[in-house]
Design a binder for this molecule. Structure first.
Ligand code: NAP
Length: 246
């Protein structure tokens, strides 16, 4: 799929699913801006992306702070002149049963996963409206569709991302901006590596395709949603979970 000359901004793009999306976009010709709170790994990620023969820039970003999103968007526009694709990928978990969940852990997850998605969307939307074109891809989760004991904060944030996706899609469709969400299931990254073995085994039992997903499984759908092949799709949630939720 051809993304030649497109400018893509991926939050939480220095590792995991975000870095895989950035890599797949770069392999298809897009110039890349990655923003990540983890400054130490940004430089290495930027270097790897440039090996695909495109231009890439990595900036420190905290999606929970609107000013930080605005600053990175400004840097991206100063460097590349436009933003064609925004992938709201940065996300965290702070799991616990509601009874034991600290109020701060509820707030932190909402402020990164949900408000962070709103912040970056708000920061790019004027530019995309001016361009009269754009793609926004929000990384939600199957947990936002089905809930999960021990993940009330995460489930609420991802259900919120789905509502935000549909509202944004309706607001900006007339400007030729498509907004969709991807809801991954169990994907092997550092986020899920820390889960206890018995939890991983239990999750596997619920996956008809009988394997965990890879970051590439998610990135392939993000590529489709950024490409011309998905130009008549907006406001949708595409589940990438090996059949876990159906
Ligand atoms: P990951 O490996 O932990 O990578 C997430 C990246 O986002 C990290 O580099 C992280 O930095 C960064 N980040 C954290 N807080 C940030 C902030 N405030 N501002 C900017 N960047 C920030 O996670 P992943 O598994 O790739 O997940 C990516 C997305 O997919 C998340 O939204 C997650 O909820 C979603 N998802 C994942 C799965 C799964 O099974 N892995 C399933 C469904 C949905 P640090 O390393 O410093 O935290």
């Amino acid at each position: 799929m051809d993304l030649k000359g497109k400018i893509a901004f991926i939050t939480g793009g220095a590792r995991g699913i975000g870095f895989e999306i950035a890599s797949v976009y770069a392999q298809n010709g897009a110039n890349i801006v990655i923003g990540d709170i983890n400054e130490e790994i940004l430089e290495e990620a930027e270097k790897k992306l440039k090996e695909y023969g495109v231009d890439a820039a990595g900036y420190k970003l905290d999606v929970s702070q609107y000013e930080s999103c605005e600053e990175v968007v400004k840097k991206a526009i100063d460097k590349f002149g436009r933003i064609d694709i925004l992938v709201n990928n940065a996300g965290i978990t702070r799991d616990n049963l509601i009874m034991r969940m600290k109020v701060e852990d509820f707030d932190r997850v909402i402020s990164i996963n949900l408000r962070g998605t709103f912040n970056c969307t708000k920061a790019v939307i004027r530019q995309m409206m001016k361009q009269r074109s754009g793609r926004i891809i929000n990384i939600a989760s199957v947990i936002g569709l089905m809930g999960n004991a021990g993940q009330a904060n995460y489930a609420a944030s991802k259900a919120g991302v789905i509502g935000l996706t549909k509202s944004t899609a309706k607001e900006v469709a007339s400007r030729n901006i498509n907004v969709n969400a991807i809801a991954p299931g169990y994907i092997q990254t550092e986020m899920t590596e820390v889960l206890p073995e018995e939890v991983k085994e239990k999750m596997l039992e619920t996956i008809p395709l009988n394997r965990p997903g890879t970051p590439r499984d998610v990135a392939n759908v993000a590529l489709f949603l950024a490409s011309e092949y998905s130009s008549y799709i907006t406001g949708q949630v595409i589940v990438v979970d090996g059949g876990m939720v159906m």
